[in-house]
Design a protein around this ligand. Structure first.
Ligand code: URA
Length: 192
């Protein structure tokens, strides 16, 4: 099962290259960063876009925000091999600028395909850029940490929107809120 899942996931990467998605980003980026972790995971984390370290290593969340994410996973009794981690935009935007709406739109179908293959029970969005596609018109400040059930293709999926670890890293109160939300995630999942 997993090996054919891996082949399907590899095909998404090939499709992005073949379709020349976001050619401007592709030109300045070193790597197309597809994701990392367990393709049979129940939980998928979705960030914003690769940064400098991620672009260099070809893996998501390997810089400062990734270290913080790893610490929160450990505190919640998980590690990266228990979950799958990806981003909505899969090339690094120059100078780490915010991804543009058209960049998010261009990558969205490929993110959906990844989710259709992995079939997680829970999708955890990190920050507003990945949240807005699943929960349009909602404000992260109002709904962070809450499980939201949405119709996803022909089945329902649970979204838990969290603050982005990079935004929370150096902001004391947001950092504590993110840690508190994160530590509640196993309970949220248990109750599904
Ligand atoms: N921030 C993100 O949103 N994604 C990464 O992969 C790294 C930092």
């Amino acid at each position: 099962m997993s090996s054919s899942k891996q082949q399907l996931l590899d095909q998404i990467k090939a499709d992005i290259l073949e379709m020349n998605i976001c050619p401007d980003l592709a030109e300045t980026a070193t790597n197309l960063v597809m994701g990392d972790g367990n393709i049979d995971a129940d939980i998928v984390f979705i960030g914003e876009a690769p940064g400098k370290n991620e672009d260099e290593q070809g893996l998501p969340f390997v810089g400062a925000a990734g270290k913080f994410l790893n610490e929160m996973l450990a505190a919640a009794g998980m590690d990266r091999s228990d979950v799958f981690i990806t981003n909505i935009v899969k090339y690094r935007p120059p100078n780490n600028r915010d991804p543009l709406p058209e960049e998010k739109r261009a990558f969205w179908p490929y993110l959906l395909k990844q989710l259709q293959i992995i079939e997680p029970k829970v999708v955890i969005t990190l920050g507003r850029h990945s949240m807005e596609y699943f929960l349009p018109d909602m404000k992260i400040g109002q709904i962070h940490g809450e499980a939201k059930r949405i119709q996803f293709g022909d089945h329902k999926i649970v979204i838990v929107p969290l603050y982005h670890p990079a935004a929370a890293l150096y902001n004391g109160s947001m950092r504590q809120t993110l840690i508190d939300d994160f530590l509640r995630v196993p309970k949220v999942i248990e109750q599904l």
